[in-house]
Design a protein around this ligand. Structure first.
Ligand SMILES: Cc1cc2nc3c(=O)[nH]c(=O)nc-3n(C[C@H](O)[C@H](O)[C@H](O)COP(=O)(O)OP(=O)(O)OC[C@H]3O[C@@H](n4cnc5c(N)ncnc54)[C@H](O)[C@@H]3O)c2cc1C
Length: 310
């Protein structure tokens, strides 16, 4: 097989966006490459041009910006977890960064790449020959979801741990597109559609993540996975409570998008838990069974409430 790949390493955002413009649909941005390259080897990403954004200095900084802490999207998770401002203001992010993959992957894996890590499913994240044998699913140009037998919806799991934590802290993203840019609430970027899990345009680049400071959150992050040393989550939860008693529950790995439930410290806890379980569209597409993961939602949320509200 002759592989004709083109590899670019721009020094500025303008250059990156302009190269993207030249390649139309046949490119992808790459940061740490820990998700992109796996998808390439599994035949789930056939673009011929890679635009490596890791030389863009302004996308690797952490700076205060008005009422926000601004984190460059190309900052590796390992560097993020050693930053003094993050340690002081948002210790939750350190805990979450250190729960992603293993130490070697975290040296290159970036925060922005994590937010855009592709949805996963045990019938999709397989080699090409495996998928040829089992039959292609909705996420790879087939006409049926192998997990459910349905023909309409893909239930690939939203797996970004950083997104779960950042959404629980009301984070924003700065997006650059050819000819402009905009700010958006991070949670609004996710579509809940397993085939196209994000609402971003193909040539959009996430430049920075903005977290409002002074929210004085207390938070609990929990993650279920077979091996703590490196596996993706089978269920993740982040629960925050702010200084005014506002609660935000965010769940990952149990639906094609993040599940979000808002509440107050005076609200009925069981009602909030029931609401979260009801919203989640869990199917059997993971190492653990659907039934077990569903039961674990209530267990995780009970544990979080016990820590935060007792
Ligand atoms: C063994 C293993 C275990 C893992 N465990 C976990 C886990 O527990 N939790 C978890 O959340 N993830 C996990 N991952 C997935 C992945 O390593 C992380 O999500 C990582 O943070 C992705 O970052 P990256 O910089 O390597 O992304 P890349 O692979 O470079 O990119 C990922 C996607 O984001 C796009 N992209 C990257 N940066 C930008 C940007 N700034 N703007 C626009 N598009 C961009 C790319 O085009 C691509 O679509 C694991 C991966 C492996 C291989």
């Amino acid at each position: 097989m002759i592989v004709k790949e083109k590899y670019f390493r721009p020094k500025t955002i303008e250059e990156a966006v302009s190269i993207a413009g030249e390649y139309g649909k046949d490119f992808c941005f790459m940061a740490g490459g820990t998700d992109v390259m796996v998808n390439k080897f599994q035949g789930n990403n056939s673009t011929s041009c890679l635009i490596d954004i890791t030389d863009i200095g302004e996308m690797k900084q952490i700076v205060k910006s008005g009422k926000f802490l601004k984190i460059g999207a190309a900052l590796p998770l390992d560097e993020l977890s050693q930053n003094a401002d993050i340690k002081r203001e948002f210790p939750l992010l350190i805990e979450v960064a250190q729960a992603i993959a293993g130490p070697v992957i975290r040296k290159t894996a970036t925060i922005g790449g994590n937010l855009l890590c592709e949805n996963r499913c045990s019938f999709y994240n397989q080699s090409e020959w495996w998928r040829d044998a089992a039959g292609h699913c909705l996420k790879c140009e087939g006409d049926v979801c192998i997990a459910t037998g349905g023909k309409k919806n893909c239930f690939s799991k939203f797996v970004s741990d950083m997104a779960v934590a950042l959404i629980s802290m009301n984070a924003w993203i700065e997006v650059i597109e050819p000819g402009g840019g905009y700010m958006a609430y991070l949670e609004d970027m996710y579509s809940g559609n397993g085939v196209n899990p994000r609402k971003l345009k193909r040539d959009s680049l996430i430049k920075s993540i903005y977290i409002p400071v002074g929210q004085k959150f207390q938070s609990v992050f929990l993650k279920l996975r077979p091996r703590e040393s490196m596996d993706f989550g089978s269920l993740t939860s982040a629960v925050t409570i702010d200084k005014n008693g506002k609660i935000k529950i965010v769940l990952g790995c149990i639906d094609p998008g993040p599940i979000i439930v808002h509440g107050n410290s005076s609200d009925n806890r069981q009602e909030m838990i029931r609401n979260a379980v009801k919203k989640s569209r869990i199917v059997d597409n993971d190492f653990y069974s659907r039934k077990y993961r569903k039961e674990m939602i209530a267990v995780f949320l009970e544990r979080s409430f016990m820590k935060l509200l007792s």
